[in-house]
Ligand binder design. Structure first.
Ligand code: ADP
Length: 163
C-alpha cells in the first residue's frame, strides 16, 4: 500500500527480555508494520534454538496486530530489500552501545542508501538489561522473572534444568 512504512527490528533475542519487548512496543507505535526478525548467526552459539526464539517472540507480540515475526540469514539490508522494509530499528542502552551501532548503521547506509536506521531508548527500568547478563544470572540459579516475560522465564527454567 502506498505510504506504508515497514520497519525491521533485527536481533539475536537469545533470551528475549523486557528491554526487547519495550522496544518492540515503541517501534510498533511508530510504524505501520514492524517485523521483528531473528538474525541467524551460527557463530554465536545460541541458548535457545531459532524456533524457540520465534515462539517466544510470537507469544509476547500476540496482542500487537501490526507486528510480525520472521528470521533471516545474511545481511540485514538484503533482508530489508526482500521484505520491502525501509527502516532498521535498533536499541541504545549505554554510550558503549553507540560505537558499534553507529558503525553498523554507517556500513548499512553505505550498502543501502535508502534505508534509515532509527535508534530507540528503552524505558529506564530496562536500560540495564542484556540477554547475555540475563543468561549469566539465570544460569547461576537466580530468579530472573523481573527481567523476562513469563513465557521466556518458564522456558529458561526448563532449559537450565531448574524446573
Ligand atoms: P544483537 O546480537 O543483534 O545485538 P540482541 O538481541 O542482543 O541482538 O539485541 C538486539 C537489539 O536490541 C540491539 O539493538 C540492542 O541494542 C537492543 N536491546 C537489547 N536489550 C535491550 C534493552 N534492554 N533495552 C533496549 N534495547 C535493547
Amino acid at each position: 500500500m502506498a505510504g506504508m512504512v515497514t520497519a525491521v527490528y533485527p536481533g539475536s533475542f537469545d533470551v528475549l527480555t523486557y528491554g526487547h519487548l519495550d522496544l518492540i512496543r515503541r517501534a510498533a507505535a511508530l510504524f505501520d508494520h514492524l517485523i521483528v526478525a531473528v538474525a541467524q548467526n551460527d557463530r554465536k552459539k545460541p541458548l535457545f534454538s531459532l524456533e524457540e526464539r520465534l515462539e517466544h517472540l510470537r507469544a509476547v507480540t500476540a496482542d500487537l496486530p501490526n507486528v510480525s515475526i520472521d528470521s533471516f540469514e545474511g545481511l540485514t539490508v538484503d533482508y530489508l530489500a526482500r521484505s520491502g522494509a525501509t527502516v532498521i530499528v535498533r536499541g541504545l542502552r549505554f554510550v558503549s552501545d553507540f560505537e558499534f551501532e553507529l558503525q553498523m548503521a554507517m556500513m548499512n547506509r553505505s550498502m543501502a542508501p535508502a534505508i534509515e536506521t532509527i535508534f530507540l531508548a528503552p524505558s529506564s527500568d530496562y536500560s540495564f538489561l542484556s540477554s547475555s547478563l540475563v543468561r549469566e544470572v539465570a544460569s547461576r540459579g537466580k530468579d530472573v522473572s523481573a527481567y523476562v516475560p513469563p513465557e521466556v522465564h518458564l522456558a529458561l527454567q526448563r532449559k537450565l534444568g531448574l524446573q
